[in-house]
Design a protein around this ligand. Structure first.
Ligand code: FRU
Length: 485
């Protein structure tokens, strides 16, 4: 297969669909989206020569999960992104059914990307190869082929290499499925990025709740934050329990201490990263300010994917806004990067608004389809606070200490569906609403809810309701449109 032709067909697909995609009123204003087709995981997040590079899993030809390309966006400030040429197309024998997820590192002034070549043979059997590609200019990537084959004891569900440097050596963590069909994160090491030595299982479902902890673990990432080693991982197949594990696939972290020599991990229990409907496969990097930054897929492989309202405009899914991570009080905190404030305009603020149960209130200028809003909440004498935004509800029940996000379903449009988490004392909410998404950061990043929402676009009101009374400081900004189509 000729890579030029593959890419040319994808570019033509973008051109042919530009108007249709742009005519979707649910197209987002400040998120990274596919120019056409389906986007899923963020890949290859890296800071190179003064620029942030984010790649993403991309099927240009349909809004389902076909053979994946790596789309590519570049930014100087994490906020204004421009689409770069396609980085990888599935055009070699070792990646012909998809250049699946992976990561990037900078070494000797070059970007090295590691990704999974997904291959399905004529009988429908899957094979996976961990592959490498290199770029000198950060734009064009030269494929170097497979560097790792699936080792004994694992199925072909062996993918998503994340490479990092630790104590003088390169490491690669991979998501895997054992022949017993349990999920694992496995480690490799290398001194030259080409020859990789299998070190073993770092952590797996078998030692961590057994079958109920996943038949496959996807998209691992490892980094140090504060005095902890963090393993991010996405187990598939954890049954829902109470408020936990409500989405089809899970995404969360284990924190503790990794012993790289003995390949062991002393860790606390798994914590979900995001409590919303649409979050998966996050990936991190470090920038020149030393910040640990994260992008996630603002989606999940839910059953109703084909019913997404954007599908009729030939596109689906987006990335989250970028977040930065901190380790504090024994937890991972996530905040939107402060650069996003560059997009704020038309600030409106109200100090010490007392809201009580006499009547729901709305405030001049506090409404819209696209905005950011910060609420500081004090003098709690209420059992419940409800902030209705469009057709979604953000509810804090002070008595049970439960926060709830409620949205209209898009599979059965008249029904509501909810996600919850336990949260002690709600003090602050930072809400990013885009035309069809909402990302809610509670208490300065202690909990996050990320979801797509498909409200009636005329439903622009923000309505505050309480049972009892609270005092709220409100700041609201319109957010500039930066996406081009
Ligand atoms: C996660 C995932 C990865 C895989 C990629 C394929 O969403 O299934 O494990 O590499 O998507 O697009």
């Amino acid at each position: 297969m000729n890579s030029r032709i593959e890419k040319d067909i994808a570019y033509k697909q973008i051109e042919d669909n530009k108007q249709k995609v742009a005519s979707d009123p649910y197209r987002l204003h400040y998120h990274i989206m596919p120019p056409v087709g389906l986007l899923n995981d963020p890949n290859g997040f890296v800071f190179f020569k003064g620029q942030y590079h984010i790649f993403y899993q991309w099927n240009p030809f349909a809004t389902n999960h076909g053979p994946k390309f790596w789309g590519h966006s570049v930014s100087e400030d994490l906020v204004h992104w421009r689409e770069a040429p396609i980085a990888l197309a599935p055009d070699k024998w070792y990646d012909k059914n998809g250049c699946y997820s992976g990561s990037a590192i900078v070494f000797e002034d070059k970007i090295y990307v590691f990704y999974t070549g997904n291959v399905i043979d004529d009988e429908g059997n899957r094979n996976s190869y961990q592959c490498m590609a290199v770029s000198i200019d950060g734009v064009h990537f030269e494929k170097k082929g497979p560097v790792i084959h699936v080792p004994d004891g694992y199925t072909a569900h062996f993918r998503d290499p994340k490479v990092f440097f630790n104590n003088g050596k390169w490491f690669m963590v991979l998501g895997a499925q054992t022949e017993k069909e349990t999920g694992e994160a496995v480690l490799y090491t290398s001194s030259d990025l080409k020859t990789w030595i299998f070190k073993g299982t770092l952590l797996g479902a078998e030692s961590n709740g057994g079958e109920d902890f996943g038949y496959m673990w996807e998209c691992p990432d490892i980094f140090r934050l504060g005095d902890k080693d963090i393993l991010l991982v996405c187990p598939q197949g954890i049954p829902a329990r109470g408020f936990q594990y409500q989405n089809i696939f899970q995404s969360g972290y284990f924190a503790g201490q990794i012993d790289y020599d003995n390949v062991s991990f002393l860790h606390d229990s798994f914590v979900e990263l995001d409590r919303g409907f649409d979050f998966y496969a996050p990936q991190t990097t470090v920038d020149k300010k030393g910040r640990r930054l994260l992008f996630g897929w603002l989606g999940n492989a839910e059953v109703g994917e084909s019913k997404h309202p954007t599908v009729k405009y030939n596109w689906i899914h987006a990335l989250t806004i970028p977040r930065y991570l901190e380790w504090k009080d024994g937890k991972l905190w996530q905040c939107p990067v402060e650069e996003l404030e560059k997009l704020y305009e038309d600030e409106t603020y109200y100090d010490n608004v007392v809201i009580d149960n006499k009547k729901p209130i709305t405030l001049p200028y506090v409404y819209g389809n696209v905005f950011a809003m910060k609420l500081g909440i004090k003098n709690w004498q209420a059992s419940k606070l409800i902030v209705q935004i469009g057709e979604s509800n953000l509810i804090y029940d002070q008595t049970s200490q439960v926060f709830t996000f409620q949205r209209k379903t898009f599979t059965a449009p008249h029904a509501l569906e909810s996600r919850h988490c336990v949260l002690k004392n709600l003090k602050e909410m930072l809400i990013f609403k885009d035309t069809s998404s909402m990302e809610i950061f509670l208490n300065d990043g202690e909990e996050v809810f990320s979801s797509r929402i498909f409200d009636d676009l005329e439903a622009k009101d923000v309505i505050f309701k309480v049972e009892g009374s609270v005092t709220i400081n409100i700041k609201k900004w319109n957010v500039k449109k930066i996406t081009k189509y």
